[in-house]
Write a protein that binds this ligand. Sequence first.
Ligand code: ZN
Length: 281
Amino acid sequence: MKLVRFGQPGQEKPALVDRQGRLRDLSQHVPDIAGAALLPEPLDRLRRLDPATLPEVPGNPRIGACVGAVGKIVCVGLNYSDHAAESGMAVPTEPVLFLKPSSSICGPFDDVEIPRGSEKTDWEVELGVVIGKMAKYVSEDRALEHVAGYCIVNDVSERAFQLERGGQWDKGKGHDTFAPIGPWLVTADEIEDPQQLDLWLEVDGKRFQDGNTRTMVFGVAHLVSYISRFMSLQPGDIISTGTPPGVGLGQKPPLYLHAGQTMRLGIAGLGEQQQRAITAP
Ligand code: ZN
């Protein structure tokens, strides 16, 4: 099942994507694709609906982030060994974690802001893991039972803010629009193996990132279990699992985003995103 949210920012409504790719309105069946609606039972209820009986969404509405009311985005740094190498950092022995604030979330086709004073705004295509069932001290072999589904996250990053301004990475990770999420939340039953997904990113049609989740240092099950030892993961929380090589920082010489450029990114089975970079208002 592919779940989406459509409509103006802050007023998105829930829908599913039918076999023909049309949006079918779920407003009569669930308040939002968020929180408790992501638990196994409510998702099963949506799965049993016949999409043909749901009203078709007219026109071409804006698509919002595929999960609403996200409590937190837990990000994993340097989780592909070749990305660690291009960043000039060692492959970590334990997952590196940082948080992106929920205020950084935007829709998968919204404009991405280049912050004031930024010269090093960068891209990172990542597999997003959406938590369904609360996870606290879960074992690795039961970890995937807590996953509602998967989505694309662009972990947009300002490298000078992240690495040259002292303290933690969060400074370079939290600007508004630095977390485009979606277009779809694809439920876990449709993803046979989250460690076998191609993922890629292009800027103005030039491919920079071309990887596969099989080369993650720490896989999804390990990450859910690991994070749950430090903080509980709540329904609707998202783990962004790290990026493969090919970010701007890793180019020789480094290359960063400018206003007017367009990022396009995708993950096999999870759809595509596209964002235009603009100067922060
Ligand atoms: Zn990242």
